[in-house]
Design a protein. Structure first.
Lengths: 137, 137
DNA sequence: GTAACTGCAAAATATTTGCATCCTT
DNA sequence: AAGGATGCAAATATTTTGCAGTTAC
């Protein structure tokens, strides 16, 4: 709970119920969350609009980042290292379990470099692996 | 244009105006397309619903596949090899140019394998590289 | 001729914006 | 007390569904 308040304060955000609850959700799960997950998990105690605005604020501050998905949903995840340092290092692999549908940040697996065709200058790379996670195997 | 009809017929699809136009769009561009791009490019000559249904049909038949994105859009791309063979091999890297905003299939760059933590069984991997493309450099 | 595709209407869902009120600092 | 955050209402955008008319084969 200390950590939670630290994160908000460090980023110059006022401490409100919605921010505390939503950030707590991210801290207690290892999986990524979609907007809909957050609405469900907080029992709809916050206005839908507040959830949108809270997520947007967190992304702007670099507290969470979004993860590429193949469908039209946006997944958000907070990753330990980032938060501790206050800036983004989401260069790790994301794993989507096709069984339990969770998206997990594999903090220890970094995205490998690839050789691109001539003329292409890479700036940032993301990688998503689908399969069966440790819990569902 | 021959190719175009071949693709439709090979997949057991009847040849209609919308399918021809939309498939032609994919064939003449190397970049991936979003639903909105298609509506614009076809001059809104087709109903929005038809575009949805056509894209869905193409995905089901394996003519196009969708590409992961960080925002909440869905990008679709047809990749040469897949179409020639009639089934999916989209295990190549996708490049998103942050300048022209195009998403390009790098057919020749395959997604590298990564070593996952114990218990994780990979099934499919995708990789997205952001940066500056050959045209914008 | 028949099955399948399209367009229109409308429903359902998702996202954004404006504004008055309430809460944090 | 002041600035920012929230909730509500409503506008806007996106996606889905049903159905009647049309088209491809």
């Amino acid at each position: 709970m200390e950590l939670l308040l630290d994160i908000l304060k460090r980023n110059g955000l006022s401490v409100t119920e919605s921010r505390k609850s939503i950030l707590a959700l991210f801290l207690q799960r290892e999986a990524a969350l979609a907007h809909a997950d957050i609405e469900k998990s907080t029992n709809e105690s916050f206005d839908r609009v507040t959830v949108y605005r809270t997520l947007q604020t967190f992304v702007e501050k670099g507290i969470i980042h979004n993860i590429p998905t193949t469908d039209n949903s946006i997944l958000y995840a907070l990753c330990k290292d980032n938060c501790e340092e206050g800036h983004h290092h989401d260069n790790h692999v994301h794993f989507i379990c096709t069984d339990c549908e969770k998206t997990i940040c594999l903090e220890d697996v970094t995205v490998p470099h690839v050789k691109l065709p001539k003329g292409f200058k890479p700036h940032h790379a993301a990688m998503i692996v689908k399969g069966i996670c440790d819990d569902c195997k």
